[in-house]
Structure formats: structure tokens, C-alpha cells
Design a binder for this molecule. Structure first.
Ligand code: AMP
Length: 172
């Protein structure tokens, strides 16, 4: 099964010049969704991991499925103002704009090994900020797992200190 067949490219969304990789066309097909999660699970199945963290919103879908498969707890990393209890916040540059993300301060225990998940690696700013949040709480990031990587944007440069894995690559 070629998972690329299930990803829809939407030109000029949400702004002109962006080739948006739409994963809803993969998620709605049971076998493709399960295959994607199984392949994302494989490289990390032998790792000692304590929790899975993922970034709102598409990251949650894959991250929660991976957490279930690994029999681990799940940490949501969310847009500002969404998490109800005490939070830490990190700013980052997006491929199209600027943003911030937050995590609950009690989400991670010191020394816990965390697998970070998102749907897509573009410039790497989102994932790097998410990893900084985990580290500020005393956690160790054991890996960063993406369904899709836009290789020409060189997001790996911001994630050099981590083990980065992506399942599907496009230039942009
Ligand atoms: P970045 O911080 O630049 O690596 O951007 C990654 C985040 O933005 C991910 O959470 C993606 O969901 C989203 N994103 C950025 N570029 C795209 C794109 N071309 N297609 C779909 N999602 C994207």
C-alpha cells in the first residue's frame, strides 16, 4: 500500500504559495490509517518510552493512536488558552505565520522519556517548540515522529539533537 496515494495536495491553502498536505483523505480510510499508525509505531517499539506527546490538532489523531498502541499515556500540546490548568508556553515561527503552544505543567515527571508526534514536519518550528516544552518540564525527548516530512524546508535542522522519523517525504 502506497500511503502517498491517500494524501491530498491542496494548492494555495491556507494562503497562496502553500502546498497543503491534507491527511483527512488518509484518515477516512481504515486500512490506510491503520497502516500509517503501524509504520509510525515500528521504529519506536523497542524504545523505553513513558508517554506520547502531540501537537493540536492533527497531531492528536496520530499521537493518540500511537499512545494506545504503545500502551502509554498521552500529553496534549495545545494552542494558547485551551488547557484549563497551569501551563508553560513556547513561541515559534510557522511556515505561514507565528504562534505559541502550551502544555500543562504537571504533564511530565522529571526524567520521563517522551515520544513527540505530529502529522507533518515543515520548518520544524512547531516540533522544536513542543520539544522545548517537554524539556522545560524535565522530560527527555526520545524521538520525534511525523507522518509527512517536507524535506526541502529542512525542518530537521531545528531538531538535530533528536531522533527524527518520518514515514512519507515530499520536497515541499
Ligand atoms: P512547521 O512548524 O513549519 O514544521 O509546521 C508544522 C505544522 O504546521 C504542523 O503541525 C502541520 O500540521 C502544519 N503545516 C505546515 N505546513 C504544512 C503543509 N504544507 N501542509 C499541511 N500542514 C502543514
Amino acid at each position: 500500500m502506497d500511503l502517498k496515494d491517500f494524501i491530498r495536495n491542496v494548492p494555495d491553502f491556507p494562503i497562496k504559495g502553500i502546498q497543503f498536505k491534507d491527511v483527512t483523505t488518509l484518515l477516512k480510510e481504515g486500512e490506510a490509517f491503520a497502516t500509517a499508525v503501524d509504520y509510525m509505531y515500528e521504529p519506536f517499539r523497542q524504545e523505553e518510552i513513558h508517554k506520547v506527546a502531540a501537537v493540536e490538532a492533527r497531531g492528536f489523531i496520530l499521537g493518540a493512536a500511537l499512545a494506545y498502541k504503545l500502551n502509554l499515556g498521552f500529553i496534549p500540546i495545545r494552542k494558547p488558552g485551551k488547557l484549563p490548568a497551569e501551563t508553560l508556553s513556547e513561541e515559534y515561527e510557522l511556515e505561514y505565520g507565528k504562534n505559541a503552544i502550551e502544555v500543562h505543567t504537571d504533564a511530565v515527571q522529571k526524567g520521563e522519556r517522551i515520544l513527540m508526534v505530529d502529522d507533518l514536519l515543515a520548518t520544524g518550528g512547531t516540533a522544536a517548540a513542543a520539544c522545548r516544552l517537554i524539556e522545560r518540564l524535565g522530560g527527555d525527548v526520545v524521538g520525534v515522529s511525523f507522518l509527512i516530512e517536507l524535506t526541502e524546508l529542512n525542518g530537521r535542522a531545528l531538531l538535530q539533537q533528536y531522533r527524527v522519523h518520518s514515514l512519507i517525504q515530499y520536497p515541499v
